[in-house]
Design a binder for this molecule. Structure first.
Ligand SMILES: O=C[C@H](O)[C@H](O)[C@H](O)COP(=O)(O)O
Length: 223
């Protein structure tokens, strides 16, 4: 599995050009891409500026000497490369398994190009086997949890040890166990309209290319 994640990351690095502003994703697959960007800088002399999607990725990039800026300090992002938890045939997906969905979505929104790198366990027919993360402000979170229960969305708090996980942006995550999501766009609209919901892990019509690594090799899915 680790080899596949790395293979997808190395493939994505082929789209990196000198002087780019890169968005660096979060998670075990994206971490290989961050390593690869550092290698391109040191071994091939590329000059890169990066924007990160979590404190965890920022810490990795800093250790590797990749120059970082915040999303508010750059006038554009050329390319963002990130992992995903599920990807369907339309290249819609679920992200946020590592709790970084909000910063990931913000950086993706402001990126000119956006690629996902996944191993072959991630593509699926329909989204929903993976619990859908919803990031909510702490104030009123119990009300949202109760409403999700009433709607049959089987919510659970994202935990870190015995405590509710606080995201990098100091919010909570409620995971919804929805089963097959028949109408992702409708659900996305519903969630976005709920008071106190900051963001959800449905990434619809955002990614242009998905690099899938399997033991057979690399496959690139494009819109
Ligand atoms: O919050 C985490 C992110 O959305 C990750 O990109 C996603 O969970 C995939 O992570 P991994 O590559 O570790 O499976």
């Amino acid at each position: 599995m680790e080899n596949l994640k790395q293979a997808a990351a190395v493939e994505a690095a082929k789209f990196v050009k000198d002087s780019m502003v890169l968005g660096l994703g979060t998670g075990s697959t994206a971490a290989y891409f961050v390593d690869e960007v550092a290698r391109l800088m040191t071994e091939e002399g590329l000059s890169i500026t990066a924007v990160t999607t979590s404190f965890e990725t920022a810490s990795q990039a800093e250790k590797l000497g990749i120059p970082l800026k915040s999303i508010d300090e750059v006038d554009h992002v050329d390319l963002t490369v990130d992992g995903a938890d599920e990807v369907d045939a339309e290249l819609n997906g679920i992200k946020g398994g590592g709790g970084a969905l909000l910063m990931e979505k913000v950086v993706a929104c402001y990126s000119r190009d956006y690629i996902w790198i996944v191993d072959d366990s991630k593509p699926c027919k329909q989204l929903g086997a993976f619990k859908l993360p919803v990031e909510v402000v702490t104030y009123g979170a119990e009300q949202l949890f109760r409403i999700f229960e009433e709607r049959g969305y089987k919510p659970s708090w994202r935990m870190r040890g015995d405590e509710r996980l606080l995201t990098d942006m100091k919010n909570l995550i409620i995971d919804l166990d929805l089963g097959v999501i028949k109408e992702p766009e409708k659900l996305a609209d519903e969630l976005k309209s709920m008071c106190g919901v900051v963001e959800h892990g449905l990434f619809i019509n955002m990614v242009k290319k998905v690099i899938v690594a399997s033991s057979e090799g690399i496959k690139i899915l494009e819109k």
